[in-house]
Design a protein around this ligand. Structure first.
Ligand code: NAD
Ligand code: IPM
Ligand code: MN
Length: 361
């Protein structure tokens, strides 16, 4: 039976980059026998404009029925004045929460062709291959109480709550140890245990979980140092385990080591391996509609979908090889352009990747 993918393009550059990933998917269907059906749905600002909510019931229903979800990006200045409850970002957060996508995998890999695109020196980043495992449905993003209130002095005060239960920490720690076992067996857990009780518990639970993974070399690092180490010597890391907010920040930082935020895909998984796949970047309002966004992060997210949800290693490898070949042929969107390469549009990059796939056995 064919698999079903829910496609949620979203806002800004979302529709532009998703269109290129769908071209890649079409090629897999026509040339390589991948049997999938796709169905589109609204999310984010686009959904708010059409229905008054950034997260329509129908979208949730479709995503629940689907085997996997492919998402572009949500948000933009147009919707910033809205109340938090109907902001585009609520749609994305709602989807993560409703589908219980607690495990977010964000691989930061430098394609050798892009050594010069990184703002860091070649010897610092060449060969980079890090996996950031970010907790995605807990922490300060979802903790209660939250809001803005008037305090006793009559002033407004904003407040959010950083909270993690033991079980929430343990399940993401297990994912990180399992991933580490399949890689170089080195895991660095990031926290702020010197200041925050919640992350002190995080550290304790990670240490307890380690007992089941004696082969993995576990280390701990405070998040401020981790941010610095990521740009000083990123290759010291193999797998990094973080909470929701630290992972959000550190993964944008790690993205730049790969040349551009337009290169970083992600997988957000539930406990059964069902997943949502999206680039880590946002809707890039500054370049939306210009046809210059880099679609590679979204195309690689599709690759992660094939690998993790559909267990189709052959076609996942096929996508990654095609990306490498398009880069080898010097195709570059503006964000990764360097001298002596060919500056291309979003559509040109999609076409180059599809062309490279067609050329494969
Ligand atoms: P952003 O990631 O959208 O953009 C940051 C910078 O990176 C911009 O200069 C942008 O042009 C560039 N960039 C991002 N993706 C690119 C790509 N594929 N190719 C080339 N350049 C790219 O972050 P922001 O500007 O802080 O946020 C814009 C909006 O996106 C906000 O509304 C934010 O809430 C939302 N957002 C959504 C997601 C998501 O949907 N997963 C992620 C991050 C931000
Ligand atoms: C991301 C984004 C989201 C996050 C926002 C848009 C809710 O920045 O996917 O990294 O903070 O998780
Ligand atoms: Mn982010």
């Amino acid at each position: 039976m064919s698999k079903k993918i829910a496609v949620l393009p979203g806002d800004g550059i979302g529709p532009e980059i998703v269109a290129e990933a769908l071209k890649v998917l079409d090629c897999l269907r026509s040339d390589f026998g991948v049997d999938v059906e796709i169905e589109h749905a609204l999310i984010g600002g686009a959904a708010y404009d059409a229905t008054g909510t950034p997260f329509p019931e129908e979208t949730l229903k479709l995503c629940r029925q689907a085997d996997a979800v492919l998402l572009g990006a949500v948000g933009g200045p147009k919707w910033e004045p809205l109340d938090y409850s109907v902001r585009p970002e609520r749609g994305l957060l709602g989807l993560r929460a409703e589908l219980e996508l607690f495990a977010n995998l964000r691989p930061a890999i430098l394609y050798p062709q892009l050594v010069d695109a990184s703002t860091l020196k070649a010897d610092v980043v060449s060969g980079l291959d890090i996996m950031i495992i970010r907790e995605l449905t807990g922490g300060i993003y979802f903790g209660k109480p939250r809001g803005v209130r008037t305090n006793d002095a009559g002033e407004r005060e904003g407040y959010n709550t950083l909270v993690y239960s033991e079980s929430e920490i343990r399940r993401i720690a297990k994912v990180a140890f399992d991933v580490a076992m399949k890689r170089n067996k080195r895991l660095c857990s990031i926290d702020k245990a010197n200041v925050l009780e919640c992350t002190e518990l995080w550290r304790q639970v990670v240490v307890e979980t380690h007992k089941d993974y004696p082969e993995v070399e576990l280390s701990h690092m405070y998040v401020d140092n981790a941010a610095m180490q990521l740009v000083r010597n990123p290759k010291q890391f193999d797998v990094m385990l973080t909470d929701n907010m630290f992972g959000d920040i550190l993964s944008d930082c790690a993205a730049m080591l790969t040349g551009s935020i337009g290169m970083l895909p992600s997988a957000s998984m539930d406990k059964n391996g069902k997943g949502m796949y999206e680039p880590i970047h946002g809707s890039a309002p500054d370049i939306a509609g210009k046809g210059i966004a880099n679609p590679i992060a979204t195309i690689l997210s599709l690759g992660m979908m094939l690998r993790y949800t559909f267990n189709d290693t052959v076609n996942a490898d096929r996508i990654e090889k095609a990306v490498a070949q398009a880069l080898e042929e010097d195709h570059r969107t503006a964000d990764i352009y360097s001298e002596h390469t060919i500056k291309c549009s979003t559509v040109d990059m999609g076409n180059a990747i599809v062309g490279a796939m067609r050329g494969q056995e």
